[in-house]
Write a protein that binds this ligand. Sequence first.
Ligand code: GLN
Length: 520
Amino acid sequence: MSGVLDPLRLKAREAKRLLVDGEVSAAELTKVYLDQIAAVEERVHAFIRVTADNAAKYSTKIDREMQAMRGPLAGLPLAVKDNMVTEGVTTTCASRILHDYAPVYTATAVRKLWDAHVVMLGKTNLDEFAMGSSTENSSVQVTGNPWDLATVPGGSSGGSAAAVAAGEALWALGSDTGGSIRQPAALCGIVGMKPTYGAVSRYGLIAFASSLDQIGPLTRSVYDCALLLRHIVGKDPYDATSVELPFEVELPEGDRLDGLTVGIPGEYLALGIEPGVRARFDETVALVEELGGRCVEISLPHTEYGLPAYYIIAPAEASANLARFDGVRYGHRAEGAEDLLEMYERTRGEGFGAEVKRRIMIGTYALSAGYYDAYYGRAQRVRTLVRRDFARAFEGVDLIVSPTSPTVAFRAGSRTDDPLAMYMSDLCTIPVNLAGLPALSIPCGLSDGLPVGFQLIGPAFSENRLLKAAHALEGALGFETAPTFRDSAASSDAADAARSVAARAAADGAPPAPPGEASS
Ligand code: GLN
């Protein structure tokens, strides 16, 4: 059976039907993905750790113990971003400081999926501690975009997005602090959703910026996105910011948008959107009207202040969250220090990469006595204004749409020396996190042979409305995901990019690469 399953096209909905009807076994399905990993991972580098043995064993167990293991997602293979802790499987955050960290518990979102009997294929690459927009800040490797291996998959959930796009996983979990699910989904031509803040427990998600972080699905269809989302939401006693959704996540149906009013924020389109992205966006807006929706121009006047406010708030929270990595309790510890202070300094100096250090310094500065009000306090007030912009807009519209990213996937290495250019990748996604809203990205076509993402944003807890609209639009767009694995660069360019990571790591005195699969 597995011979006819195409991992580049198969969706979870169909895979689930095949499993339930007994047309394919969990072990066969898992093997399809493990085979695809074996075939393309050498070029894509989506995974930090592939848990092939565990996946094969667990899927066989599902087949054997069908009666007991008939969880709603039984046998559906999943990839997990390596910033969610998984008992028995090392969790690195793509950082040298956690290169051998073996968690003693499992993140709630992952635990829920394990309880539903998904098969975990492995842990995916990311920008170190989820700080970045290209996955190039990983201390482990550079991930290639399956649409063009010389370009980045976006970030920080670039490993998860690339794995799904490359058919190395049926679906995946990512995390989104300022766009890290939606932007890589857009750049890799798949669906990615950031739920309402609090809808999914953050317990076991290694914190970057706690008031912004949210776990969500990366999938090959909107239906799959809903299917995965409905199994990870809910109040968790271990996360005081989590809430019980006042509704059940519905599996979307329908192909019309009648009665839906959609707002187009002028400010987002003034943000330097690339012409090819703008063209796909305009066509998709026209499609919204063809399906019966009504599009109106709206204003979100504080949009331009979203990015600067984010780059105070997120680093401020990160500087506090990352204080725990001190060589005493977790991961790497510098050798041979004379005293405790030197041990802290050297551990953190060796363990963190350049971007993480930059953010810790910015954040510590912004929170320091005397500057707190001028920076952090002010950024929080701007955050309130951004939130109010959305609240006002949603008095007149049901959803807001925009391009997900101003550009398609960019060349690896082209923005690594210019942090500000990198930060611009998230202009259209960051305000959504500041306001705590749900949003998703769906592929809406190609520009220069690379995927373009269309973002839909809704009021808090409008997940069902969002998914339904995205599903109708997806049907009309008819975008079929099938990347080509071409490599536009002379292969030497890609090799250079990979080498530069190795060189950076060596220059920083990196400890050895992570060990193999942790025992379980
Ligand atoms: N690219 C943004 C940043 O670097 C967002 C990252 C994220 O959402 N985790 O902070």
